[in-house]
Design a protein around this ligand. Structure first.
Ligand SMILES: Cc1cc2nc3c(=O)[nH]c(=O)nc-3n(C[C@H](O)[C@H](O)[C@H](O)COP(=O)(O)O)c2cc1C
Length: 292
């Protein structure tokens, strides 16, 4: 990677053109595709994403073309000259393994396993809150990944996220991604109704940063594998905070809404500025430094 910033999954889709723009124009060091499922799925009707003052609330409902309908995109992505992370989801251990097997054939640089999506009844949450279920999914997917590194994406809603991270590491995860969104809801008091069509959604952006920092801090103490830290990163200082909590790289999602596609470039420049001011030459010097 040219820099430590990664486009978070689900923010800018699965299309080759847009993902390439995020790198070339936006300045991301790597990109994650929207989570890919076993079959075509429409997701939830609008309103599905709202900005509510301190972050976003979304319930897009895992819309996906399904892995069988993406040949053109995979073909275009084959010619890429940047690191690509493919994200997968399923409603059962078998579905996760099936999608991972098909996606692995396309040779992304890593496969992220979304065991943490709060937005559908049948997907995700059930796996990411249980040590046993997480271990089962990660073991099954690992068998299909071959040499491709596996990233387990965790939910902050697990009772003990450190224990979940350890289960994933034991099951063969090569890295941890933390965190996915936090379940939430907004009500329009004038309409006297929930804002989202789905009523409940996932909170992201500035409001979740302290939740995410705590998760990364706890996971860092629990596992040896690297952490892709995300949740509310909107500035270089936020990114440095994640590195000090122990993150190896930083994910950026909602900040593309607040700061545009160039959020990656801007955040990198701000990180460099902070490093210069504080006479820090490499991120290694400050990684996990908050642990004392
Ligand atoms: C509109 C939207 C869609 C998302 N879709 C996915 C997804 O498909 N898979 C996934 O693992 N995470 C998904 N996420 C979660 C993000 O990848 C990220 O974990 C979360 O938004 C926290 O980072 P942020 O505060 O920088 O946005 C989505 C987030 C948003 C806002």
């Amino acid at each position: 990677m040219k820099n430590p910033t990664v486009l978070a999954s689900g923010i800018l889709g699965t299309g080759a053109g847009l993902l390439e723009r995020v790198v070339k124009e936006g300045g991301a060091g790597a990109v994650t595709m929207k989570s890919i499922g076993p079959e075509e799925r429409l997701g939830h009707p609008n309103p599905s994403v709202v900005e509510w003052g301190h972050g976003l609330l979304n319930a897009v409902g895992l819309p996906s073309p399904g892995f069988g309908n993406m040949e053109e995109e995979w073909l275009a992505l084959k010619k890429r000259d940047f690191p690509l992370i493919a994200s997968v989801y399923g409603a059962s251990v078998e579905e996760f393994a099936l999608v991972a097997e098909k996606v692995a054939e396309k040779k992304p640089d890593a496969i992220e396993v979304n065991i943490s999506c709060p937005n559908t009844k049948e997907h995700g949450q059930i796996f990411g809150v249980s040590e046993e279920a997480s271990q089962e999914v990660i073991s099954a997917v690992k068998k299909k990944c071959g040499q491709i590194p596996l990233i387990a994406k965790l939910t902050p809603q697990a009772y003990n996220i450190a224990a979940i991270a350890q289960s994933c590491e034991k099951a063969g995860a090569d890295a941890i991604c933390a965190i996915n969104t936090v379940a939430g809801m907004c009500i329009d008091i004038d309409a006297r109704k929930p804002v989202l069509y789905n009523k409940f959604g996932g909170v992201s952006g500035p409001a979740v940063k302290p939740v995410a920092i705590k998760c990364v801090y706890q996971v860092f103490e629990a596992v040896k594998i690297p952490i892709l830290g995300m949740g509310g990163i909107n500035s270089g200082r936020d990114a440095i905070e994640f590195i000090q909590a122990g993150a190896a790289t930083v994910g950026i999602g909602s900040a593309t809404f607040y700061r545009g596609i160039g959020a990656f470039k801007k955040i990198c420049a701000e990180m460099e500025e902070w490093m210069k001011e504080n006479k820090v030459e490499s991120l290694e010097e400050i990684r996990g430094v908050a642990h004392g």
